[in-house]
Design a protein around this ligand. Structure first.
Ligand code: ADP
Ligand code: MG
Length: 256
């Protein structure tokens, strides 16, 4: 990792979009601290403002109220230093480039800004795609495309990973395999991760801590620390109890 991991601080952040006649409040009074190297899952019902929160942290939107710092700096600064990486539900690979050329892309775009943790070839091996370096994206399954996106994220050298439901389009088995690979990679490089999902099992499986948002306008309904050792057994009673606890907090948030 070319940057030391960043901590994330949100202080009384609210965001309202300008609607046709009146504003659309998306987030209300969010205060949140994520330690550097921590893996936090942001959970909440559809439309509660999860993606908006990620865009605010990325500096793509400016909060209507409150402020955000990444490693003590405004998000725009972290963006300039290419410290922020992004992954979404769709891999968004360039179809005319091979797998390896897609992973090389950040190095070509950000020349001299960041040193990636390994060569593009090594990163492809890390996500189990060494044999597919010369393949084109359309020939790959959805899970393989997300692996390429993960290798490309690593190639950016970013130390804060903003992940917007990256497994949402995958089947259950692929999702599980990718979750295990992702955790190995996270433990190796230790970026700070903000992981959006509405899948409670996935959140409890992956994260150090869940931050649970209420229905729109999103507010923090509760937090849940997951202190189970990894790799976690999602069939264990402790695991199931945490999922139930998360569901209770989520339910409380829905009812206002
Ligand atoms: P989530 O990711 O949790 O599903 P979003 O952050 O995408 O939710 O959206 C939160 C709310 O803000 C929704 O009601 C959505 O319609 C609204 N919203 C999101 N983006 C915009 C925008 N650019 N303009 C107006 N309203 C928006
Ligand atoms: Mg969203």
């Amino acid at each position: 990792m070319s940057h030391s991991p960043l901590d994330v601080r949100l202080r009384q952040v609210s965001h309202t979009f300008n609607g046709r006649d009146r504003g659309v409040p998306a987030l209300a009074n969010i205060s949140l601290t994520i330690d550097s190297g921590e893996f936090v899952a942001l959970v909440g019902p559809s439309g509660c403002g999860k993606s908006t929160l990620l865009r605010l942290v990325a500096g793509l939107l400016t909060p209507s109220r409150g402020y955000i710092t990444l490693g003590g700096q405004p998000p725009a600064q972290a963006r300039r230093h290419k410290a922020i990486g992004w992954m979404a539900q769709q891999a968004a690979l360039l179809p005319w480039r091979t797998v390896l050329e897609n992973v090389r892309l950040p190095l070509q775009v950000n020349r001299q800004v960041n040193r990636p943790p390994a060569s593009p070839e090594q990163l492809l091996a890390l996500v189990d795609l060494a044999d597919f370096a010369d393949a084109y994206p359309h020939t790959l399954s959805g899970g393989m495309q997300q692996r390429v996106a993960l290798a490309r994220l690593l190639a950016t050298g970013a130390s804060l990973w903003l992940m917007d439901e990256p497994f949402a389009a995958l089947d259950e088995l692929t999702r599980g395999n990718l979750a295990d690979e992702l955790l190995v990679i996270w433990q190796k490089f230790r970026p700070t991760v903000l992981w959006v999902t509405h899948h409670l099992q996935e959140a409890v499986y992956l994260a150090d801590r869940l931050v649970i948002l209420s229905a729109r306008p999103g507010q923090v309904a509760g937090e849940l620390t997951i202190d189970l050792p990894r790799p976690r057994d999602d069939t264990s009673a402790d695991f199931q109890a945490l999922v139930r606890r998360a569901r209770q907090i989520l339910g409380r948030g829905q009812n206002g």
